[in-house]
Design a protein around this ligand. Structure first.
Ligand code: 28G
Length: 634
């Protein structure tokens, strides 16, 4: 029987794959949702590599009913001839670690070289994997089960004129904490690849829901910038620059819009560098130099010495993509999301400076407008700095910026436990002030809508009273000067009504923290309070009050009640008295808090401005997809 002939071989082969199953983290980072999706990226990257080598322009990814994944490409087909070892090459590629899939030795055609582990790792972590290779006129197929065991020899299924590879795999539930694939996650990634590789067609099909999307971009990263700037008002068509320095290929697309925030998304070999690195440094350097040289040349600076990079970049969206040969690749940082390669700085700087300088002269009115905006930003910063100094002086005078009327501070100073509640509305703020534990809970009521910091200039943001108060009470400055160590609070808790307005206020505050105090979010200090939706009063000898946070919970409670009950639906925090607010929402023993985490900060960065348009539904969607709400473990 065929299975027997394969048994001996599979034992030796499995030594490698067994290690993958024992220590999956070493190969795919984690075994949670992220690791689960990592399997998909590995297989898709192989298909992309084949396309980058010049074979096939279309990749189709199907999420099957059973959460297995099928990827197909139109490349040359995985080789399946006899390997030097006597086995067929396909078997080697999918059962030996680091063999095949990724093409070594032919320059920068790998997708990142970060996790280049490929098909065998995916095989090791799957309940089954099936590889079909169409080449040399035949359809070849091989199937593996339960972590890469060979079920039978390579089969020839028939003849074909096509070429390409089809891989299907099903992640092993014994390995992963979840095996449910997320359509949006895969969609975002495929779209990103399509943006990065001009004319690469990416098709996504979800058999579970019937959803489907196709991505193909003739103009690559220029269209990426257009996508990121949807809903904004561009000051000019996207500018695109490319060139090669030594062996490094550089592509930059950028656009200035009517808002003030800065978005830079960077890539190395089509892999996102979420912490930037030398290529981003080179980009910023070229931009600052080109604009300053231009401004000096045309006498636009006036009293100012030089423009600051951050001021120039206000309202700029840019995508920077470089391709580097494997021998030059260096990554830094804990998550290896930062490019180290020093030559990449020089490359981007050199390529961009010349071309951008030329562009600025060719587009004088635009260049002048950006320089003027940057000068205004610089002046605003200077004003804000003066205002801060003044505030410090005022504080010495015990005037405390007339904050004392609004902020109810904690009675004890303890950065390690103190909490700041940001409360929607004055009336809820009043209850919160009464109900709180004043030792360590501070209350700041917010009047009306919070300023949309995405749409406002740094100047306007800092002049806004609510925001100035927040910056002041948090006490750790903001922007590049933000210093987490100085933060006065361990937890910053957003407490709003559980309605649309409340959700809007949450997003506005998160946007502010994201743009001006990002380390707060990264450090997990930002929370959302969860007020209950229902108050159930049980009538009887002794009246008893029970709270419910969801409809289901309410129904369960009512089903268990045999006495007369009164159900009250809370419309807002204002309907709760101080004691109720403490019991349900502020008492650490009974409250539930949602910790705000951003799964992928650069993704959030790119989309937060789309989000800040006027569509409440899209905002909700975004929040649900991108902000991980994790219930605090008490
Ligand atoms: C559909 C999902 C994922 C792939 C290929 C094509 C070749 C290949 C893949 O070769 C072994 C090692 C270095 C050459 C290469 C075919 C050359 C000639 C290939 C994929 C052989 C790997 N003919 N397509 N691997 N190399 N698609 N899609 O995995 O020397 S993997």
């Amino acid at each position: 029987m065929a299975a027997n002939t394969y048994n001996d071989d599979s034992i030796t082969v499995l030594e490698g794959l067994e290690h993958v199953r024992k220590r999956p983290g070493m190969y795919i980072g984690s075994t949670d949702e992220r690791g689960l999706h990592h399997l998909v990226w590995e297989i898709v990257d192989n298909a992309i590599d084949e396309a980058l080598s010049g074979y096939g322009r279309e990749i189709v990814l199907t999420i099957n009913h059973d959460n297995s994944i099928t990827v197909s490409d139109q490349g040359r087909g995985v080789p399946c001839g006899k390997h030097a070892t006597g086995k067929n090459t396909m078997e080697i590629i999918y059962t030996k670690l680091n063999a095949g899939g990724k093409f070594g030795g032919n320059g920068y055609k790998t997708s990142g070289g970060l996790h280049g582990v490929g098909g065998s790792v995916v095989n090791a972590l799957s309940t089954f994997m099936e590889v079909t290779s169409m080449r040399e006129g035949k359809i070849h197929r091989m199937r593996f089960e339960k972590g890469g065991s060979i079920v039978g020899p390579l089969e020839i299924l028939g003849d074909t004129k096509k070429t390409g590879t089809i891989v299907t795999f099903k992640p092993d539930p014994e390995v992963f904490s979840t095996t449910l694939y997320n359509y949006e996650t895969i969609k975002t990634r495929l779209r990103e690849s399509a943006f990065l590789i001009k004319n690469l067609k990416m098709v996504l099909i979800d058999k579970r829901s019937g959803k489907s999307d196709t991505f193909i971009y003739e103009n690559g990263i220029s269209e990426y910038v257009t996508f990121l700037d949807a809903n904004k008002h561009p000051a000019h068509p996207v500018a695109y620059f490319d060139g090669v320095y030594e062996t490094i290929e550089v592509e930059v697309a950028l656009q200035f819009v009517d808002t003030y925030s800065e978005t830079i998304v960077s890539f190395v070999n089509n892999v996102r560098t979420s912490d930037g690195g030398s290529h981003e440094t080179g980009f910023k350097s070229a931009l600052t130099r080109a604009f300053n040289d231009y401004a000096k040349k045309f006498n636009l600076l006036g009293k100012i010495q030089a423009l600051d990079g951050t001021d120039i970049r206000a309202g700029m969206t840019a995508v920077v993509s470089v391709r580097i040969t494997e021998n030059l690749l260096e990554f830094e940082g804990q998550t290896k999301g930062k490019l180290g390669t020093p030559l990449a700085k020089t490359a981007v700087d050199m390529v961009l400076y010349d071309k951008l300088s030329f562009y600025l002269i060719e587009n004088k009115s635009l260049s002048e407008a950006i320089v003027k905006k940057a000068i205004k930003e610089a002046e605003a910063r200077e004003e804000a700095r003066k205002a801060r100094n003044q505030a410090r002086l005022d504080k010495k005078d015990k005037k405390e910026m007339n904050l004392s009327t609004k902020l109810a501070p904690t009675s004890e100073k303890n950065k390690e436990i103190n909490e700041l509640y940001l409360v929607e509305g004055d009336s809820a703020g009043g209850s919160a002030k009464q109900g709180r534990d004043r030792k360590y809970q501070a209350i700041l009521p917010l009047r009306g809508k919070v300023l949309n910091t995405e749409r406002a200039s740094a100047d306007a943001v800092l002049k806004n009273e609510e925001i100035a108060t927040m910056i002041y009470t948090i006490g750790a400055d903001y922007g590049s000067a933000f210093d987490l160590k100085k933060c006065n609070y361990k937890k910053i808790i957003i407490m709003t009504d559980a309605d649309d307005d409340g959700a809007h206020i949450q997003v506005l505050l998160l946007t502010f923290f994201f743009r001006y105090m990002r380390p707060l979010i990264e450090d997990g200090r930002v929370y959302i309070a969860c007020p209950p939706l229902f108050k159930i009063t049980k009538r009887g000898k002794k009246e008893e009050i029970i709270y419910a946070w969801t409809n289901e919970e309410k129904d369960q409670i009512l089903a268990k009640c045999n006495t007369q009950t009164l159900v009250q639906r809370y419309k807002g925090l204002g309907e709760m008295n101080a004691e109720q607010l403490w019991d349900t929402t502020m008492n650490p023993e009974t409250r539930s808090l949602i910790q705000v985490k951003l799964e992928d900060l650069s993704e959030a960065e790119a989309e937060i401005d789309i989000l800040m348009g006027n569509d409440a539904m899209r905002r909700r969607d975004w929040l649900e997809n991108h902000v991980q709400f994790t219930l605090e473990e008490v």
